[in-house]
Design a protein. Structure first.
Length: 360
């Protein structure tokens, strides 16, 4: 396993978030970071460096916001959440409008690169058991296409020509965006318990799945690639108790792939830790200790730890943002006054993310 890194140089953004941050998204064109929160807002920050950050805009919804994503040109942010609406925020004008809505809360939204579309397309997954495609030029309007999913959508992602989404019935659904109205295939999740997140490979040739059981799965889209790509592994677990015979299992809240070292990915969990992994070598490159509730106190084990609730790499992978707060994995008893909500910035080094053997 890789060496354990230090959190001492990580800095907190000047965030005024009042509740758990559910999603983080960096602009693909600038170092602007969007953060979707349970307090009903998406805040946008201009991050010149880890030492120069300012808030520049806020998108307001009528209920908790579960997901946000930047347009490919960096000119707009889409958001969706518990109020069932899909909102577009224009970064150049500061204006926002409702693009459309679902019949139940929206769990995930993404800008999708649909090859034959005449303009930007937003794809949304909802607890109303549908995935919908929206033309951002039509407002407000009806979805241009709808996929019936059979169960609630728990997570959704898209990269290259791949759309992948997980549903409550333990299934993973794949769509080739060249044919967005047709399911490419549906497979059983490699996990044994509830899926929390699916994340597409940067090249769209596979996806990662993680859930409440401290286990992560890696899978290929094409059957011919399964032998070289498919595997599952345990993480975000701790051995405790007398003679270290007990194992505490923590939910994995997020999985992200590095944009430069595309076979490197990161997992973050309810144990308050995150780790960088080499997908090809099946090896942890570097892990980090649990984040703690109190600012500047990341090493005192007596301080209650927070969960890492959301993560995101910036466009070149030099910066990594992670949100810490409470994810309700321990019920009401875990939500103490000492649990804070904040966003941290981490300078990504080659020791974190560079696979062994590259450039050596």
């Amino acid at each position: 396993m890789g060496a354990l890194g230090s959190l001492n140089s990580d800095i907190a953004l000047p965030s005024d978030g009042e509740d758990t941050i559910q999603c983080l998204s960096w602009s693909p064109s600038t170092n602007h970071l969007a953060a979707a929160s349970w307090d009903g807002k998406v805040r946008i920050y201009d991050v010149a460096s880890t030492h120069s950050v300012r808030g520049v805009a806020t998108l307001a919804a009528e209920a908790p916001v579960f997901s946000c994503d930047w347009a490919k040109d960096g000119n707009a942010v889409v958001a969706g959440g518990a109020d069932k609406a899909i909102r577009i925020f224009d970064a150049s004008t500061g204006q926002q409008h409702v693009l459309g809505s679902h019949a139940a809360p929206v769990r995930d939204v993404r800008f999708a690169a649909v090859p034959d579309a005449n303009g930007p397309i937003v794809v949304s997954g909802s607890w109303d058991k549908t995935v919908k495609f929206w033309d951002v030029r039509v407002r407000p309007g009806n979805a241009v296409a709808t996929l019936q999913c059979g169960e609630r959508v728990y997570s959704l992602d898209t990269k290259a020509n791949l759309l992948v989404f997980a549903t409550a019935d333990m299934l993973i659904h794949l769509v080739d965006l060249k044919k967005p109205t047709t399911l490419l295939k549906t497979v059983r999740t490699p996990l044994k318990h509830q899926t929390k997140v699916v994340t597409a490979f940067p090249d769209g040739k596979g996806w990662a799945t993680a859930g409440i059981e401290g286990r992560c799965g890696i899978n290929a889209v094409e059957k011919a690639d399964e032998k070289n790509i498919n595997f599952t592994f345990r993480c975000h677990r701790e051995t405790t108790g007398e003679k270290m015979k007990n194992t505490d299992v923590f939910a994995i809240n997020d999985v992200k792939f590095h944009p430069l070292y595309t076979t490197t990915f990161l997992t973050a969990g309810s144990d308050g830790t995150f780790s960088f992994w080499d997908r090809v070598a099946h090896h942890r490159l570097r892990g980090y200790p649990p984040v703690m509730a109190s600012p500047g106190n990341t090493t005192d084990a007596s301080t209650p730890r927070s969960a890492v609730t959301a993560t995101s790499f910036n466009r070149d992978g030099s910066l990594f943002a992670y949100a810490i707060g409470y994810d309700w994995s321990r019920g009401c008893v875990g939500n103490t006054p000492r649990t804070e909500t904040k966003i941290m910035l981490h300078d990504v080094t080659d020791e974190d993310a560079k696979p062994k053997g590259i450039g050596q």
